[in-house]
Design a protein around this ligand. Structure first.
Ligand code: 7RM
Length: 661
């Protein structure tokens, strides 16, 4: 039955309607639970309760896992919305990731196993990585970098990206990593915002078979960055690279001029560790500020418990270091735990779509952490690519970046995890620094599509517009009701915006920008960004449920839905879908897709319009840019006014506009 198109759009309710019926539950295997740090739901719940009852005691105990130069006096000082953690304590993040592992059996263990896209492999033991970090730290000092000075890092996925972060941390210079695929303009804006005087970059990097210039973008950016005095250049591709004398220096030459002795700076717990820019849909990018102790503790403990990381594991996170996931779970969390981080430089489909499976087989990866967008690409490329590879080394899988649709979850679980690996679906943000909601791998029964339950110390809730907690299965705003160690401390240089963006929507609590519901077991189901919620004839629909329903159609690889202004219904639902390889678009298929959504969710969510696309516009971290799709939907052949600087592939947008009806 079509919705009541004859009546005008009713006023919207504040809650998000939830209609998807996902009922499957998967328990961790007995073997996994037996060996895991937390092996029962009861133990998790007990620890979670304790963490909320007495947070200072709880975090104080966990913080003993880090190495301190001086103990803290107070665990948390909370002057809303500003928090300080481990006040009075002194430590160094690079010491925690390196030096403390050098006195025991970890010293000659691989800290980083790196594979370049062309196929070369470089392994750095903890001892070797420590040396590289000290050398680079001394080069930074030679170039006048002092504690508190900001350092830009604009590097592809090469070991030096991690070395550079740790070198900055070592001398107390906050780093700001900019994804090396971003434009010169983006680099310029971020460099000027944080007032950096130095940039670490490389001549180029490999992506999809070719060497792409990186330093050339720095040169362009520097036309507009008067404060930058030096550029340190890593030689990666040996491509021709113009160097400006007196400003640009080859890092390998500079490293010859310093020694490898660099004592870690003794830093306050609240010393700034890094600034990472996130681009909201409007306004200039926000410089998310993280500080040393709380951030490190967040990464350290979540890596330990959620990934159940062991020294003998090979751990592979596919995120770029230009993203928070690369900071927390390629670098800091893994290394502070003495783990081995496998880093891959290039594209997942180079030279063929099975590159990740090759890497897992070759390096015997035990823990594999990736994004739903990648999983949907694998599904689209077809299962034949898996067949030749032995994935039996895998013990645990992780997902991050977007809600994982149940279809992709099941595929990941069965085809990659062989039904033996738990999937840790981790909900968190640049702002939260570390995982906030996810299943404990040996303890929490998993429901495909749900990030399940909160981490220790995380007091999460779903509330209505007035801040009242809503009942089971009613959608609302996801909030965090008290501070946690790895929370952002501010927006760099703009405390007013910090307060306004995160702490004003509902006074006194942190609002994450996401919609969610909790089911009767208290599990969280993320419904997508609040800004993207559809409003169809008075019903508020989260994007994720409609998209999950679409993606469960056998011919669809990936889908995004947006609202298009509609006089009658308020908004009409427009679905953009990409099809699995080998499927052709047709009017009959459109009808079958519409009917499928009607059946899965209900007539209200049936797309008014289904548009076939070759690809969807995404950020490089894989998030679908719905605001661009919204513009395309509203004016098929019109011009996009929105900011496209973080779009991975501009062609995708051009093609979408061509297919407009
Ligand atoms: C880690 C990261 C944050 C936003 C967040 C959500 C979405 C991330 C999940 C997820 C559902 C997940 N940082 N998001 N993880 N939604 N389930 N497991 O992605 O700052 O780049 O983005 O990403 O909307 O608010 S981020």
């Amino acid at each position: 039955m079509p919705m009541t198109t004859s009546s005008p759009a009713p006023a919207a309710t504040t809650n998000i309607d939830s209609m998807l019926k996902e009922k499957r539950v998967f328990k961790p295997t007995a073997k996994f639970s037996k060996e895991a740090r937390i092996g029962t739901l009861k133990k998790y719940k007990k620890m979670h309760r304790a963490s909320l009852r007495n947070p200072d005691k709880f975090w104080g105990k966990l913080a003993e896992d880090l190495s301190w130069f001086k103990p803290w006096k107070k665990v948390c000082v909370w002057k809303p919305p500003f928090a300080e953690w481990f006040v009075g304590g002194k430590l160094n993040a690079s010491y925690n990731c390196l030096d403390r592992h050098l006195t025991g059996p970890l010293r000659n263990k691989a800290a980083i196993i790196w594979e370049g896209e062309p196929g070369e492999v470089v392994t750095l033991t903890y001892l070797q990585l420590h040396r590289e970090v000290c050398l680079l730290a001394n080069v930074l000092k030679k170039h006048g970098v002092k504690s508190g000075d900001r350092v830009m890092i604009y590097l592809p996925m090469i070991p030096e990206a991690v070395t550079a972060m740790l070198a900055c941390a070592r001398i107390g210079a906050p780093h700001s990593v900019v994804f090396s695929g971003f434009s010169a303009e983006a680099l310029k804006e971020r460099t000027n915002d944080c007032g950096a005087k130095i940039i670490i970059t490389s001549d180029g990097g490999y992506r999809r078979g070719s060497a792409l210039a990186v330093k050339a973008n720095v040169d362009k950016a520097l036309d507009g960055c008067p404060k930058v005095k030096s550029v340190l250049v890593v030689q990666r591709t040996k491509m021709e690279t113009p160097m400006t004398p007196g400003r640009d220096f080859w890092l390998h030459e500079e490293a010859q001029t310093v020694n490898a002795v660099c004592e870690p700076a003794v830093l306050d717990s609240e010393h700034p560790l890094f600034i990472l820019y996130t681009s909201g849909s409007t306004g200039k990018p926000k410089g998310i500020l993280h500080t040393t102790a709380g951030y490190l503790l967040g990464c350290h403990t979540t890596t330990k418990y959620y990934f159940d990381l062991r020294p003998e594991d090979v751990y592979f996170c596919t995120a770029d270091v230009g993203w928070i996931t690369g900071h927390s779970y390629v670098a800091y969390g893994v290394l502070s735990n003495g783990g081995t981080s496998l880093i891959y430089e290039g594209a997942p489909n180079f030279p063929e779509p099975d590159r990740f499976w090759r890497l897992i087989d070759k390096h015997k990866v035990n823990i594999f952490y990736t994004a739903p967008t990648a999983i949907r690409s694998f599904i689209k490329w077809g299962d034949d690519w898996l067949a030749p590879h032995d994935l039996s080394s895998l013990r645990l899988l992780g997902s991050v970046g977007e809600p994982i649709n149940p279809e992709a979850w099941i595929w990941f679980y069965e085809k990659i995890g062989g039904k033996r690996c738990p999937i840790v679906d981790t909900w968190w943000q640049t702002e939260t620094g570390a995982h906030m909601i996810a299943p404990m791998p040996g303890a929490t029964p998993m429901k495909p599509g749900s990030a399940t339950l909160p981490f220790f110390g995380v007091d999460a809730a779903v509330v209505d517009d007035r801040g009242r907690e809503v009942g089971p299965n009613v959608g609302g705003k996801l909030v965090i009701k008290r501070p946690w160690p790895s929370m952002l401390r501010s927006i760099y240089g703009d405390a007013t915006r910090y307060r306004k963006t995160y702490w004003s929507e509902i006074p006194g609590v942190y609002f994450a920008g996401d919609g969610a519901r909790r089911d009767k077991d208290g599990y969280f189901w993320i419904q997508g960004r609040i800004d993207d919620v559809l409003n169809v004839a008075g019903h508020r629909l989260g994007t994720s449920e409609v998209e999950s329903a679409l993606a469960s159609h056998p011919d669809i690889a990936e889908a995004a839905v947006v609202g298009r202004p509609d006089e009658m219904k308020g908004q009409a639902v427009v679905a953009f879908v990409t099809l699995k390889n080998g499927v052709t678009a047709s009017p009959a298929l459109k009808e079958s897709i519409r009917a499928h959504v009607g059946k899965e969710i209900g007539p209200i969510a049936k797309p008014d319009d289904v548009r076939f696309a070759e690809g969807l516009p995404k950020t490089r971290s894989g998030k679908i840019m719905r605001r661009l799709l919204k513009e395309v939907a509203a004016s098929p052949n019109g011009i996009i006014h929105g900011d496209t600087t973080t779009l991975e592939d501009l062609n995708v947008l051009a093609k979408l506009k061509e297919t407009g009806e």
